[in-house]
Design a protein around this ligand. Structure first.
Ligand SMILES: [Fe+2]
Length: 244
């Protein structure tokens, strides 16, 4: 009887559905995501239809291409939230950033500049898709020593890691958290990234699922991804989305 009770309790602790998304590009015209305010509102409405209660959107910050600052990001966030409120759309929208691991990011860390966090302590960052960054270990060390929890965006998408799963294992064991893109589970980006996403889930090396939504195309693909067997398998792991 007791074991039956325990089993039932464990089943109940699974996340039934994600209510918080923590990786997207929904603020108008500041990166390669939403093109304008109409676009942003349409995307937000679709998240509401899918049952999301909170969106932490993460514009790119990249030294060479997207020179976003907290001022630029929060100005756009305020404008979007004003309209969302006026339209009576019920969802909470916050903002952080997706930092590209370049020299500009290292300089920010050297200066101990306050970083934009997903829910106070998680710093979402990405690297080049093609080449390993010489700054990776140093960046993780500086992030952790400054009290942040580094979250590597879409670890399944980096070509230079396709034959280096041990490297991902090493980073994970050192406290780098992993955010897998939901659409990777249906091969939206490539068959290799689908395989990697599945391997990460099989090895329980996943802390967040994210939409990485740049436009309607990503939400369309998510309709299929959200009924995928690996998506359901991921929801049974200790994902942190709904704690944000
Ligand atoms: Fe992204």
């Amino acid at each position: 009887m007791l074991s039956l009770f325990k089993k039932k309790k464990a089943e109940q602790s699974y996340i039934a559905e994600l209510q918080v998304d923590m990786h997207s590009h929904l603020l108008p015209a500041i990166d390669d995501g939403s093109k304008n305010m109409e676009d942003s509102i349409a995307l937000v409405k679709k998240f509401v239809e899918m049952g999301y209660k909170k969106l932490i959107t993460t514009p790119h910050i990249m030294q060479d291409f997207y020179k976003n600052t907290p001022e630029i990001i929060f100005d756009k966030l305020d404008k979007l939230n004003d309209i969302i409120k006026t339209l009576g759309i019920e969802i909470e929208i916050a903002a952080a950033a997706e930092y590209y691991l370049d020299e500009g990011f290292i300089e920010k860390l050297d200066r101990k500049e306050k970083l934009l966090c997903v829910s106070e302590k998680y710093v979402l960052f990405e690297t080049s898709y093609m080449n390993a960054s010489p700054h990776f270990d140093n960046a993780v060390f500086m992030l952790q020593s400054q009290g942040y929890k580094p979250v590597l965006a879409h670890p399944e998408r980096y070509i230079y890691l396709y034959d280096s799963f041990d490297k991902l294992k090493k980073w994970y064991s050192k406290g780098v958290l992993f955010q897998v893109n939901t659409n990777s589970l249906v091969g939206y980006y490539s068959s290799q990234s689908k395989t990697m996403a599945e391997k990460l889930i099989d090895n329980k090396m996943i802390n967040f699922l994210g939409s990485d939504c740049h436009g309607e195309r990503h939400l369309k693909a998510m309709q299929e991804a959200r009924v995928n067997a690996y998506y359901k398998k991921a929801l049974k792991l200790d994902l942190l989305n709904n704690t944000l």
